[in-house]
Design a protein around this ligand. Structure first.
Ligand code: MN
Length: 338
């Protein structure tokens, strides 16, 4: 908890902190009041509610800057040909792509901090800006979805993770990394969820598994993805509603995202995941996406985990804004009605 004290007293901007390097060299915009003018906003949220006895900030809090630092590796240049996209990223991206820096914990309590995260992000969703969030551990999804809830926009949550993340609480903590999908299920804006890549064991016990089933969450194991293919997964995701996407790095196989706290063998491969995300982002609007649980201390020397994280974000970005992309179509529709 001493670490929180140093965060609290650090004389920074009330919300943000300037990253050493911005994501894809986008313009840095430190004023949250200006974020909703962007077409696409990326922010880092380094911290969620810590569990007693665990380090805080944890190693995952270093991920937003670790991923940004690898921008030149996961994208050699915005004008460089991207074979996954079939075009240079610059050809499809809108004018105003902004990096808002990191929303740091400068408040006295976690609930104060998470309310500030929520309130800084809600206008971004309300303006129709596409949001990308770098965690942090998986607890950071909760204030982001609470922000979406404030706007009254309904979404289907697509969750990629080895673990269920449906604990109501752990040691009295309700907003930590074991609970984001349980908290999501309680929000009005979340009309359903598809959880993909499940395998092995995690914090979930029989009551959490049964709660997820009773809610109607569609649980798709990693082995089911391997056996039936991504078309089978995509068919099960409702197509008539926008998506919020949350990706835990341990949902992918440790061979492509080794730098995580809880590696689980037998995960989704990068090529399969990238293809699935591209298809989803073309088919329907992805209003927001977070990428969580990258743990730089466990990454390998060439930072493969951060590079894969960047490629996952670029897949969604590129397919969302390419001609016929889900988010681009939604934007055109909105401007016609304005
Ligand atoms: Mn998780």
């Amino acid at each position: 908890m001493l670490h929180h004290t140093t965060q609290m007293t650090r004389p920074t901007d009330p919300l943000g902190s300037r990253p050493r390097q911005t994501f894809l060299n986008w313009t840095y915009e430190e004023q949250p009041t200006a974020w909703s003018k962007a077409d696409v906003l990326l922010v880092g949220i380094p911290q969620s509610e810590p569990y007693p006895g665990e380090p805080s900030p944890n190693d995952q809090s270093r991920a937003p800057d670790a991923i940004r630092q690898m921008s030149g590796q996961f994208c050699d240049g915005l004008e460089n040909w991207d074979f996954d996209l079939g075009a240079p990223l610059a050809d499809v991206m809108p004018q105003r792509c902004v990096d808002g820096g990191n929303v740091c914990w400068n408040a006295d309590t976690y609930l104060e901090h998470s309310a500030r995260v929520r309130d800084s992000i809600a206008p971004v969703f309300a303006a129709g800006t596409q949001l990308f969030v770098l965690g942090g551990d998986h607890g950071i999804t909760t204030p982001v979805l609470q922000a979406l809830d404030l706007t009254g926009t309904s979404v289907h949550v697509v969750h990629i993770d080895a673990h269920l993340d449906w604990r109501d609480e752990v040691n009295g903590v309700r907003n930590g990394y074991s609970s984001p999908l349980r908290r999501a299920s309680e929000l009005r804006c979340v009309t359903g969820m598809t959880q993909i890549g499940l395998r092995g064991t995690g914090s979930a016990r029989r009551p959490e598994y049964e709660a997820a089933c009773a809610y109607g969450s569609n649980l798709i194991t990693a082995s089911a993805v391997r056996e039936n293919g991504i078309e089978h997964v995509l068919e099960q995701i409702p197509r008539d509603i926008p998506i919020y996407l949350t990706i835990d790095a341990d949902g992918l196989d440790p061979t492509c995202m080794p730098g995580v706290q809880a590696p689980s063998p037998g995960g989704l491969q990068a090529d399969v995941t990238l293809a699935m995300l591209r298809a989803l982002a073309i088919r329907q609007p992805i209003l927001g996406m977070d990428l969580v649980e990258v743990s730089p201390a466990y990454d390998i020397a060439n930072q493969l985990t951060s590079i894969t994280a960047g490629r996952l974000l670029m897949a969604v970005l590129g397919a969302s804004w390419a001609q016929g992309g889900g988010f681009a179509r939604r934007r055109i529709g909105a401007s016609k009605h304005a």
